[in-house]
Design a protein around this ligand. Structure first.
Ligand SMILES: CC(C)(COP(=O)(O)OP(=O)(O)OC[C@H]1O[C@@H](n2cnc3c(N)ncnc32)[C@H](O)[C@@H]1OP(=O)(O)O)[C@@H](O)C(=O)NCCC(=O)NCCS
Length: 176
């Protein structure tokens, strides 16, 4: 926890996620409002966003899929998942997915604290390599290098943004 962000990092169980599905939905809605899809097509309605978290809850696994959240005064203001690669020869690596901070709490250090906690948790899980992708040319695409990640480059036409346009993604990795 830092003064700047004043958040506590917690690891969420499946039942925590189910109970907080409506609150977590706001993080996806805020991401879509900022033009960031987080794997979901737009338009995104609140109920579908909550359902996405309920589906995620069912997939959580202490070794292969872990979800961390940033909590501030009993609210969840940020979230991130570590997803181990399913490949037999890739179990040392994981993807960082659905990393989001609530719209009204961005730019105040919550994302940094959360991603650093995810990195630490990944080490504990025995992982030695993390990677992620994000829509190229966005604010998010300017953040990861500040957090110590290496930008590999972009892939054109990788995914669809909330407004329906197909867009390039930037790919990053972090060796642990
Ligand atoms: C990406 C996101 C999770 C980052 O969380 P955050 O709390 O806003 O990030 P932080 O305030 O901790 O900032 C992290 C670093 O990036 C820098 N940064 C933040 N916004 C920035 C911007 N728009 N441009 C450049 N740098 C920026 C910060 O200065 C900080 O570096 P520092 O600690 O060295 O000063 C958040 O902005 C978000 O939810 N965005 C919408 C969803 C999204 O894009 N998710 C990522 C998809 S891969």
């Amino acid at each position: 926890m830092t003064e700047r962000s004043a958040v506590e990092i917690v690891e969420l169980s499946a039942s925590d996620v189910e109970l907080a599905a409506d609150e977590l939905a706001q993080l996806l809605l805020d991401a879509h409002n900022a033009g960031m899809a987080l794997g979901l097509t737009g338009p995104l309605e609140r109920e579908r966003a909550a359902d996405v978290w309920r589906a995620t809850a069912a997939l959580l696994d202490p070794r292969d899929r872990v979800m961390l959240a940033a909590r501030s005064e009993r609210s969840l203001v940020g979230v991130v998942q570590i997803v181990r690669a399913p490949a037999e020869n890739g179990s040392h690596r994981a993807e960082i997915v659905r990393f989001a901070v609530r719209g009204d709490r961005r730019g105040a250090g919550v994302g940094r604290v959360l991603l650093e906690a995810a990195t630490e948790r990944a080490r504990e899980l025995g992982l030695s390599l993390l990677w992620l992708s994000t829509h190229a040319g966005t604010d998010s695409d300017r953040i990861y290098e500040r957090l110590g990640w290496t930008r590999m480059g972009t892939m054109p036409g990788y995914s669809v943004r909330p407004d329906g346009t197909i867009a390039a993604s930037a790919f990053y990795y972090l060796e642990l």
